[in-house]
Ligand binder design. Structure first.
Ligand code: PMP
Length: 367
């Protein structure tokens, strides 16, 4: 069945759930440490839990199809009109809606080597051609990406910070890129990990949305806000883009609990600060350990680190298995073309310590 371009898609590989690993390796679920999906180790903020408890009584009704209250809160936060906001069932939904809204079969989409897997899926899902630009130091080579845009190109995906490598391009570099992109090419700036950036690295992408009618900034509540399981993300863009996105979007794509929780989380600056501080400390904990172990890693601006665990093409898979046997779930990235590496999410200090010990053991046995 189906078109050839759908049959050609390699499905997304998500992290193994705790229950499956527990059963497969004969482990106690409680003892398992999952550092595989760049989730917030503090879980759901209490403010969001309380908001959801209140919203449960209304679950007999459909969610607000236009997300009025959440859009009001976001419009205030980013100082844009509510018409400039599109809500998504996670930001993956935003990425997919963008591909459907702006690209047709046979046209082209530009993105970087080693960038987020969903860019390839969204591109192939609409039967478009992908132009994958070689990475520079594991990150985006924006000059090469600008050069790669051809007459068929309608969309560019940029992840900043990037997943799975954690690399970052500066605000000045992005602005220079935006100035070069043709007006008929939509740029999706995917800022899923933006809240983990240091103050010095922060830039004002909402300002660029005002300046560039072809720019769409994508954000998520899955990472720093701790709501991955609820699936809520959003896009900021001018009405020329949001109007088309809203025609494609499923009317009830963000459920009522997610809308209520997202508003609470957005206003919970204490939780966000706690998460960012834990992340910065956890990053230092990992980096110190990797340096002591003599492991190469890619300096990260996200809530995860890409670390090289061997020199042969089976190293990542082998060390991943050795970690699973010890009850630690991380993310092999062979599907990204990085088979010697593992991507490890930053957890609580104790979880990070468990990972470090397990990794030392796995590598000692791997010699
Ligand atoms: N963009 C990037 C760069 C990501 O790493 C992720 C999560 N893996 C997403 C988007 C999608 O996250 P969500 O759909 O949970 O918002």
């Amino acid at each position: 069945f189906g078109p050839e371009y759908v049959r050609a898609i390699a499905p997304y590989q998500a992290g193994k759930p705790i229950s499956e690993v527990a059963r497969e390796f004969g482990l106690d679920e409680e003892s398992i440490v999952k550092l595989a999906s760049n989730e917030n180790p503090f879980g759901v903020p209490e403010s969001a839990q309380r908001a959801m408890a209140r919203a449960v009584a209304e679950l007999g009704r459909y969610p607000d199809a236009n997300g009025y209250d959440l859009k009001q809160a976001l419009a205030k936060r980013y100082d844009v009109p509510t018409e400039w906001i599109t809500l998504g069932n996670g930001s993956n939904d935003i990425l997919e809606i963008a591909a459907h809204a702006f690209v047709e079969q046979g046209q082209a989409v530009v993105y970087s080597q080693y960038s987020f897997a969903v860019y390839a899926l969204a591109t192939q899902g609409v039967g478009a051609r992908h132009i994958v630009v070689p990475a520079k130091n594991h990150g985006h080579d924006l000059d090469a990406m600008a050069d790669a845009i051809d007459a068929d190109t309608r969309l560019v995906f940029i992840a900043n910070p990037n997943n799975p490598t954690g690399t970052f391009v500066t605000g000045a570099e992005i602005e220079a890129f935006l100035a070069k992109v043709p007006a008929n090419v939509v740029v999706v700036l995917d800022e899923a990990y933006n809240e983990f950036l240091s103050h010095e690295d922060q830039y004002e992408s909402a300002e660029w949305v005002r300046k560039y009618p072809n720019l769409l900034v994508s954000r998520t509540f899955s990472k720093a806000y701790g709501l991955a399981g609820l699936r809520v993300g959003f896009a900021l863009a001018q009405p020329g883009l949001t109007d088309l996105m809203n025609r494609i979007r499923q009317p009830f794509n963000v459920n009522s609990l997610a809308q209520a929780a997202a508003i609470a989380a957005l206003n919970d600056s204490e939780f966000l600060e706690k998460s960012a501080a834990n992340n910065a400390a956890g990053y230092r904990q990992f980096v110190e350990a990797f340096e002591q172990m003599g492991l190469e890693y890619v300096p990260s601006h996200g809530n995860f680190v890409l670390v090289k665990v061997g020199n042969d093409l089976a190293a990542g898979a082998r060390v991943n298995l050795a970690l699973l046997k010890q009850g630690v779930i991380v993310r092999p990235v062979g599907n990204y073309g990085l088979p010697e590496w593992l991507r490890i999410s930053i957890g609580l200090p104790q979880e990070n310590a468990v990972l470090i010990t397990a990794l030392q053991k796995a590598l000692a046995e791997d010699r």
